[in-house]
Design a protein around this ligand. Structure first.
Ligand code: PLP
Length: 447
């Protein structure tokens, strides 16, 4: 098959040429004073103490070290999740407890959270998955009532708001990630946002590494981020990913882990020394991207709204309700189909990359068998969700291409089943029909 000149990658941070400058300039002599994290996040997270981290996962690690929970304490997490987060909890001697996922938002279901609480529960870890706000106010209320700590995973959620507030400001701590595949990137690094009271207890500097491999991360990430630019992708990152996959199959996964990180790696263990320290140039790299945040969010949301509206009520596709608890930032575009693999293959034939499995239902992964749980709605998400492109740099023509490709992929699809009903609705007593309904409606009609 001839290689297409223009493949639409599934993701790009949509960088402008100038966005690379602070990172490049930092390696030259005679550098100027840099803004700090506090300065560049001032408008979004003014009330938090912000600590630069080598990665997003370091932020969770550092938080868990700071709160120092008793061994075996339970950490409640949404089952549809990034396996690294679950692995970290386990590696810290804590016990992940899987809470079912709301298929409308891909986030933790607060009703199931209440059911999963035990006297050993200590921390609730909420992910604003795909940049969709979780039911964070309801969950914060549960935490306050039960005396539990609350941590927010905001790796996808820069620009996601609830009411007037940016996410990451609701809990005791929050992680942000600036890796090459996130919607704002510093070619690596991350951030821990802490409540002022916890910040007084936290050490300033997390552990990090200074080996050649650790130091190579930022320049390699810069090339990866540049390689996701649609005009370059077909000639750079795409072939590189193929080489990296081939190398990994021959036993050298290093490049693959950077260029195309696995979504379920049972051998993974967090190693704080595998990442270089948070660099002084990272806030300056974030600054122009944060300056464009409102435009980027509006553009991404417009793409999602346009494609969803055009596909409409087709029984072969189902859409999320990203704004159920606030305003989603549009960084990931999720859609349910009957067969994600077949749908993806059909999209790729038309030069549009789609990810058939962004994440998995961790409650069913063999690597977490010890913590296995029944989370039927997370299983549904895992089995039917695909991720389509929605990045800010998509123009009208590219959006039309995504829509055309999706329409023809759906033509070959079967209708997608609706998500399973939440346990609570299944158990809830059926209200007696009103007198009027009794006299007119047949008994078998469901409302
Ligand atoms: C990327 C990501 C993280 C971790 O960020 P890193 O910077 O890669 O360590 C955590 N949670 C979610 C949901 C992510 O996508």
């Amino acid at each position: 098959m001839p290689m297409r000149a223009r493949v639409l990658p599934k993701h790009t941070p949509s960088l402008h040429p100038g966005d690379y400058l602070p990172c490049v300039a930092a390696s030259l002599p005679g550098r100027r004073a840099q803004p700090g994290l506090r300065e560049v996040w001032r408008e979004l997270l003014a009330e938090r103490e912000l600590l630069g981290m080598p990665s997003g996962r370091h932020a969770l690690w550092h938080f868990l070290e700071t709160v120092d929970l008793p061994r075996g304490s339970e950490v409640l997490v949404s089952a549809y999740n990034f396996y690294v987060v679950v692995r970290l909890i386990e590696q810290c001697g804590l016990r992940p407890v899987f809470v079912d996922t709301d298929p409308r938002t891909l986030c933790m279901d607060p009703a199931d959270l209440r059911r999963k609480l035990t006297p050993s529960s200590a921390l609730v870890l909420v992910t604003h998955m795909f940049g969709i706000p979780a039911a964070i106010e309801a969950i914060a209320e549960v935490c306050a009532h039960e005396g539990l700590l609350l941590f927010e995973d905001c790796a996808h959620a820069v620009g996601t708001t609830v009411g007037e507030r940016h996410v990451g400001g609701f809990g005791d701590g929050a992680l942000f990630s600036f890796g090459p595949f996130k919607s704002v990137t510093a070619f690596g690094g991350g951030m821990l946002a802490l409540s002022p009271s916890l910040a007084r207890r936290a050490r300033r500097e997390p552990r990090s590494g200074r080996s050649v491999a650790a130091r190579a991360r930022v320049p390699v990430n810069l090339l990866i981020a540049a390689g996701t630019t649609p005009a370059l992708y077909a000639w750079t990152l795409r072939p590189l990913t193929r080489v990296a996959t081939a190398l990994a199959e021959r036993g050298s996964p290093l490049l693959r882990d950077l260029a195309a990180p696995a979504k379920d790696n049972a051998d993974y263990r967090f190693d704080p020394d595998a990442y270089p320290p948070f660099a002084a140039s990272m806030p300056a790299t974030l600054a122009p991207q944060l300056g464009r945040l409102h435009t980027a969010v509006a553009r991404r949301r417009a793409t999602i709204a346009h494609v969803s509206a055009a596909i409409g009520a087709d029984p072969r596709a189902r859409f999320l309700d990203g704004d159920a608890h606030g305003l989603a930032n549009g960084s990931y575009f999720g859609m349910y189909v009957d067969d994600p693999e077949a749908f993806t293959a059909s999209m790729i034939e038309r030069g549009v990359e789609v990810n058939p499995h962004e994440f998995y239902d961790c409650s069913r992964l063999p690597q977490f068998a010890e913590f296995a749980a029944e989370c039927p709605r997370a299983a549904y998400v895992s089995d039917h969700l695909v991720r389509l492109p929605s990045y800010a740099s998509l123009d009208g023509e590219s959006t039309a291409r995504i829509l055309d490709a999706a329409m023809s992929a759906l033509e070959r699809s079967a209708p997608v089943a609706p998500p399973p009903v939440a346990a609570q609705s299944r158990l809830a007593p059926v209200p007696p029909p009103s007198a009027a309904a009794r006299s007119s409606a047949p008994l078998t009609t469901a409302s």
